[in-house]
Design a protein around this ligand. Structure first.
Ligand code: PGA
Length: 249
């Protein structure tokens, strides 16, 4: 059901020692009861992160996975491998995966299916590029990303889905969507889910905002009606900043 969620996407940062240091720094803080906190270290550090967080409510997520069960896919990681490492959540379709690794909505639909088949929670990311926003095409792009990537799943499967709207022009740029722009798009997303499914699904899904969320803007963004939290990049690499965001509801 709809929850306040803050997820830290560490991207390709932090070796094992740095991961342990950041997790130790995070463990100093109390996690508020009304917020689900997730961190997504790189693949090689998932097991140690899970071990370090076993007595904490902070959950560990992977940043990506392959859609196949197993096989000749050199360098790839399957859902079952993640599960066996104790990882039950995966980020799919981050804009960097879409841009640098050519992940399309169609491919992502198969990753979504694989995650759900393996009873994982998934964070489905999507969002328009600057060009789309300038052309006034942002709603169409987002609708397409939802329709082609995730709106094929069964109603009951939505309980394992978190959506993350991340306008590409706001990621790592220091430029955030205004709280009003975020709310406008989040409402559109919820309405798109409502049109395809029903009120229960639309009201039940948590929709995170991502793109240059920092301690000084989180409260205003999270204060919007249809924003249920954030997917945090840069600011997730510092425990104090990340925990300030976690406490911004
Ligand atoms: P940012 O990244 O917070 O550094 O903009 C967000 C993301 O890529 O998920």
């Amino acid at each position: 059901m709809r929850k306040n969620i803050v997820a830290g996407n560490w991207k390709m940062n932090n070796d094992l020692q740095e991961t342990e240091r950041l997790l130790n720094d995070l463990l100093v803080y109390d996690v508020p009861e009304n917020v689900s906190v997730i961190v997504a270290p790189t693949f090689t550090n998932l097991v140690s992160a899970n071990t370090m967080l076993k007595d904490s409510t902070i959950e560990v997520a992977a940043q990506n996975m392959h859609q196949a069960d197993n096989g000749a896919f050199t360098g790839e990681i399957s859902a079952a491998m993640l599960k066996s490492a104790g990882v039950n959540t995966v980020i799919l379709g981050h804009s960097e995966r879409r841009a640098y690794f050519w992940e399309t909505n169609e491919l992502l639909a198969t990753k979504v299916d694989a995650a759900l088949k393996n009873e994982m929670t998934l964070i489905y990311c999507f969002g328009e590029e600057l060009e789309d926003r300038k052309n006034g095409n942002h709603f169409n792009i987002v609708k397409e990303q939802l329709e082609e990537g995730i709106c094929h799943i069964a109603e009951a499967e939505w309980k394992n889905v978190i959506l993350a709207y991340e306008p590409v022009w706001a990621i790592g740029t220091g430029e955030t969507a205004s709280p009003e722009q975020a709310q406008e798009m989040h409402e559109f997303i919820r309405n798109t889910i409502l049109d395809t499914y029903n009120e229960e699904v639309a009201q039940g899904v948590s929709i995170l905002y991502g793109g240059s969320v920092k301690p000084n803007n989180a409260q205003e963004i999270f204060g919007k009606k249809d924003v249920d939290g954030g997917l945090i990049g840069g600011a997730a690499l510092d425990a104090e900043n990340f925990m300030a965001i976690v406490n911004a509801f």
